[in-house]
Design a protein around this ligand. Structure first.
Ligand code: MRU
Length: 368
């Protein structure tokens, strides 16, 4: 994606020093564009936990590079203990996005295939790059498949704008490039189809307001920011043609964990007969679990994220302000689970599939 005319991915290797990995520190967006350098496992663990990088795909890609940097810093005589400690430290940072453990385990498996420390470092480097490249190319393909759904709606509406509601940020900032939920939107916009996006602000972190609006603005996709409680009203009044969200973990039976509030949008969409699609690369499937509600771990974050709100003051300063009486107790569940029955379809890199076990496993027969 382009930022001020220059192409960026969300994570890349420094061109002068391949032991340094660069990321966009998303905590400062949309107000400041800051690039951060990561080198140690602690740098990576902090960046994931504190959400300098976030979004399932990007968390996975970052974990891949983290394991490569862990290999560089692991001594010959203690390599396996050191790399396993790094793996455990990284996996603990955020529990819901399955891409994290998937990318770490992919690295452990790749490194186990070769003998010497030097070979393991090399292998970890190529695997990290492969994980990132795959993420970008899978998202591009999600865009191509999802485009067909938008085309169909646009045809039915005789070229009137297709109104798409999205929640959180499942855009290029949540992946290495393109995004999952946004990829079909960018593909439609770039092919001349009129689209308009309703962007849920996504309390408490405001990924919709801060990140999705910034991305869509950069690509000149028409969009309107709405408070999180607005979607149901819009749906009742025919102002939403489809919903597309991302997911942090999807069971092989089609249950989806995504940013808190996604479930409520799915309920409203179902009540109003509005198609509700979830876009994901296959790295977001958890092939071991079949009951999303019972088995997907839901991250609980600091209450401060609910008690305070961050933004740019009228003096142009980034400020954190309190929004409730001192001493208020707050709960901060970061994700919820939308059951498969509320999902119209999953848009994957291999095509669009029903959110059900047989359909998913026939698209991915290698996981049967
Ligand atoms: O807490 P975040 O910002 O990491 O949550 C991100 C989301 O919920 C996205 O919708 C999700 O990761 C799916 S798109 C990668």
């Amino acid at each position: 994606m382009k930022v001020n005319g220059k192409h960026f991915r969300t994570i890349w290797v420094d061109k002068d020093n391949p032991e340094i990995i660069k990321i966009i520190d998303q905590r400062h967006l949309p107000h400041e564009f800051i690039i951060e350098e990561l080198k140690t496992v602690t740098d990576f663990a902090t960046a994931i936990k504190e959400m300098h990088v976030r979004g399932a795909g990007l968390i996975g890609a970052t974990a891949g590079f983290a394991m490569y940097c862990a290999a560089i810093s692991s001594p010959e005589n203690n390599f396996s203990t050191s790399i396993n400690n790094a793996a455990r430290k990284l996996i603990k940072t955020r529990p819901t996005a399955t891409n994290l453990a998937w990318a770490v385990n992919r690295q452990l498996k790749a490194m186990a295939e070769v003998e010497s420390r030097e070979e393991k470092i090399k292998k970890a480097f190529t695997t990290a790059k492969q994980t990132a490249d795959e993420d970008a190319s899978f998202c591009r393909r999600i865009g191509e498949h999802g485009l067909e759904i938008i085309k169909e709606i646009s045809k039915r509406k005789k070229g009137e704008p297709v109104n798409i509601l999205t929640h959180c940020n499942a855009g290029w900032l949540a992946f290495v490039d393109y995004g999952s939920a946004t990829a079909p939107i960018y593909a439609a916009h770039n092919s001349g189809i009129k689209v308009h996006v309703w962007v849920d602000e996504t309390r408490p972190w405001l990924q919709g307001a801060g990140l999705t609006c910034w991305e869509l603005g950069g690509e000149k996709v028409p969009h309107t920011l709405i408070s999180d409680n607005t979607g149901g009203h819009l749906m009742q009044h025919g102002m939403v043609d489809m919903v597309i969200t991302g997911t942090d973990r999807t069971t092989y039976t089609g249950d989806v964990a995504n940013k808190i509030g996604t479930y409520l949008k799915a309920l409203a969409a179902s009540d109003n007969n509005i198609p509700f699609y979830v876009a994901l690369p296959s790295s977001t499937f958890d092939w071991r679990i079949n009951d999303g509600l019972k088995e997907i771990p839901i991250e609980e974050r600091s209450a401060d994220e609910v008690l305070y709100i961050k933004g740019l003051s009228s003096q142009n300063k980034l400020e954190k302000i309190s929004i409730c009486p001192a001493g208020t107790r707050a709960a901060n569940f970061a994700f919820d689970v939308t059951p498969a029955r509320l999902i119209t379809g999953l848009i994957t890199e291999r095509g669009i599939v029903k959110a059900d076990k047989d359909a998913i496993l026939s698209l991915y027969p290698e996981y049967r």
